[in-house]
Design a protein. Structure first.
Length: 226
């Protein structure tokens, strides 16, 4: 049974692919605690936080879910060594790293650098799940396909649409990512997803994870519709 069919038949299963997120630049400790406790309560896939709160999230979530932290956030313009250092410092606390592609190099057509940047972080994080954000709302469909292919070439586990700052993600962007990668590549849709129907549209387009600050709203709209 496909993921879409599973969610249609069992909407509450959406919890298993939700990455409940707070990557605002100024979250309070209370807000992050609430986020992590919600992840445990609703059995979401992951808690996604800024690096400063990675240890706190690890302590609260424990083995109940994954902890993810962002690297090279939010524009990906840091040099490779900086991204490696940032990622290395997180490995004690996280299960997943959400890294931003070097958008400057991509915009300039330096695809070799984009791939090498990702590959270097891939080597640094080892078996830790690596997701790479391409900021799809800022790209054309052709650029999305190309960027997704570079992420796959760099050895990442997932292509992620957006950091959520530059506007909502459209299912068409997920479709473009899926066209650019193989069928086994993970795709994380994030940015403006606030209901079960919106999440389902992303899955229908090819997403295998949903990143959202509105994880509870998505789950509750799923269960009320089920």
């Amino acid at each position: 049974m496909s993921l879409v069919d599973t969610l249609r038949e069992h909407p509450a299963e959406i919890a298993s692919i939700i990455e409940h997120t707070n990557v605002d630049p100024d979250p309070t400790e209370t807000a992050v605690r609430d986020l992590c406790e919600t992840v445990v309560e609703y059995e979401f896939c992951s808690a996604v936080v800024v690096p400063y709160y990675a240890e706190l999230a690890h302590d609260i979530v424990g083995d109940s879910a994954n902890v993810a932290a962002v690297v090279g956030f939010p524009y990906g313009i840091q040099n490779t060594a900086a991204k490696q250092t940032e990622a290395r410092a997180l490995l004690e606390y996280v299960d997943e790293v959400d890294m931003v592609m070097n958008r400057t190099a991509f915009a300039g057509g330096d695809e070799e650098f984009v791939v090498e940047d990702i590959a270097a972080v891939r080597e640094t994080v080892g078996d830790t799940t690596l997701k790479v954000i391409i900021e799809s709302p800022a790209l054309s469909a052709a650029e999305i396909e190309r960027a997704a292919g570079l992420v796959e070439a760099g050895g990442a586990d997932f292509v992620k649409t957006a950091v959520g700052y530059d506007g909502p993600t459209d299912p068409a962007e997920v479709e473009a990512i899926r066209r650019g990668v193989g069928p086994e590549m993970g795709v994380k849709a994030s940015g403006g997803i606030g209901s079960f129907e919106e999440a389902l549209a992303m899955v229908r387009a090819g997403a295998t994870r949903i990143g959202a600050s509105s994880g509870v709203d998505i789950y509750e709209s799923a269960t009320s519709s089920g």
